[in-house]
Design a protein around this ligand. Structure first.
Ligand code: T4K
Length: 424
């Protein structure tokens, strides 16, 4: 069939009949107005509580809200992109963000990506892994999905009750002759037992890739947490401490490894006419990189706000019967990415009842990470997925609630959340 030529009006941004002063007739604005109206209707039909509302405003309080810099700081960088028409493929903003992140994080090499999931897949490919990889069931599903996409078999091991990160003893017990690597997660940005994991990896000749999606800027024993293991993978998703809308990165030790990773994220290209490996498209665009540069100017202030909210929760929730805040496990610098609490048996409400009660009042915590990855259909038939083998992870998944924490969260709202949880 012959392709129909595009009509002049097919592009909603390009209406020749529009007069310059009549921006309101733009179809894209009509769509925005419709979406705003739909959103308002959703808010109106929300099932608001009969009792006193926790939030003063009708605005829902989400588990997180992306930090954004003032728009006027970003627009000059956008204008430059329009001027140069360098949109992607390792342009100047991409190179500059890699340089600035290397300095800021204190890491030897960093390769930017379009998201952490692609970065995880490339990291696994870069290390030529095969067979089984030991990982945690207590994470976002992307961690294990990256293994399945790579033709690797996840082997789930249980987590430590204090950190909810992989328990080194459970890792060691899960090693078989087919094991090629360990894929731990620094869950909530709290460091894994990196020294014990390093010792196990050395003893058994295994590679270690850290899923460090939550661990931007975390330091441990005086150095970046991202420098442990063979590779560390960061996420710059909208919901993360440092966001570029979507984005991610691999931290590695030397230029040769970065060069290999850079080729893998660019289809495996090795020069204009040569393709040396089965790469994919994992590149970060100039738009995302430019936003990252502006975000970096604000990261210290954003972290300070998170730290203050974390401290307020810890102070306010101390001594609430049946509620346990996860230990703040970082010795040097934490990033306060999440605020998980565990709802134990002696709290008056179940975790799910508390979650629902808060949601009715416009507060939306999240059950990160429920259910366990090992309970999803594509994993549950694995021998290591049996719930009785993962008792600590299973108990945590049933009890955890991540409370709202983000730089713009008002202290008054934090106080109300505390009061509501303390008086269920
Ligand atoms: N490894 C780990 C350990 C991870 O946690 C993740 C991602 C990855 C790997 C993969 O990283 P990426 O490939 O995404 O770079 C969210 C995120 O989508 C996901 O990135 C994140 N982990 C996971 C823990 O959380 P959802 O399904 O909870 O997202 P969503 O859309 O429900 O957002 C949560 C709340 O954030 C919303 O209630 C409102 C707020 N929000 C969200 C977005 C996207 C906004 O206000 N604005 C926004 O644009 O998964």
């Amino acid at each position: 069939m012959q392709a129909r030529p595009l009509e002049a009006s097919a592009d909603p941004f390009d209406e020749p009949s529009r007069s310059a002063g009549d921006a309101s007739s733009l179809p894209v604005l009509a769509t925005l107005r419709r979406l705003e109206q739909e959103y308002a209707e959703v808010l109106e039909t929300r099932d608001l509580p009969a009792g006193p509302a926790v939030a003063e405003t009708d605005e829902p309080i989400f588990v997180t809200r992306p930090f954004l810099p003032p728009l006027e700081e970003f627009t000059p960088l956008l204008a430059r992109i329009w001027q140069t028409r360098v949109l992607t493929n390792g342009g100047p903003y991409h190179r500059e963000l890699e340089r600035r992140l290397r300095d800021h994080l204190g890491v030897p090499q960093i390769a930017l990506f379009n998201n952490a999931t692609t970065a995880l897949i490339v990291a696994l490919r870069a290390l030529h892994l095969s067979g089984e990889v030991i990982t945690t069931p207590y994470s976002f599903v992307a961690t294990s999905h990256a293994l399945l996409w790579s033709g690797l078999t996840p082997v789930f091991a249980d987590v430590d009750p204090h950190t909810l990160n992989l328990d080194p003893a459970a890792i060691e017990a899960a090693i078989t002759p087919r094991t090629s690597a360990i894929l731990p997660v620094h869950c909530y940005g709290h460091p894994c037992d990196v020294e014990a994991i390093e010792a196990i990896a050395r003893r058994h000749g295994l590679k270690v890739i850290y899923d460090a999606a939550h661990a931007f800027g975390v330091r441990h024993h005086g150095r970046s947490l991202l420098t442990y293991g063979d590779l560390s993978v960061l996420s710059f998703h909208a919901t993360k401490v440092f966001n570029t809308f979507e984005g991610g990165a691999i931290v590695c030790a030397d230029g040769a490894r970065k060069d290999q990773i850079d080729k893998l994220k660019n289809f495996g290209h090795d020069g204009e006419t040569c393709v040396g490996d089965v790469g994919l498209n994992g590149k970060m665009s100039e738009l995302n990189a430019a936003l990252g540069l502006v975000q970096l100017d604000h990261i210290d202030a954003a972290l300070a706000r998170r730290r203050a909210i974390d401290a307020a929760y810890r102070e306010g929730l101390r001594g609430v019967p049946g509620l346990r805040c996860l230990d703040d496990c970082s010795e040097d610098a934490a990033n306060y990415a999440y605020f998980p609490v565990l709802i134990e048996a002696d709290y008056p409400l179940s975790r799910d009842a508390l979650n629902e009660a808060l949601k009715r009042e416009g507060i939306h915590p999240r059950r990160y990470f429920y259910p366990l990855i090992s309970e999803f259909p594509m994993y549950r038939s694995l021998p290591s997925a049996r719930r009785e083998l993962l008792p600590v992870a299973a108990a945590a998944a049933d009890r955890v609630l991540c409370l709202p924490i983000y730089p713009d969260l008002d202290h008054a709202v934090v106080s109300r959340i505390i009061r509501r949880i303390a008086n269920p």
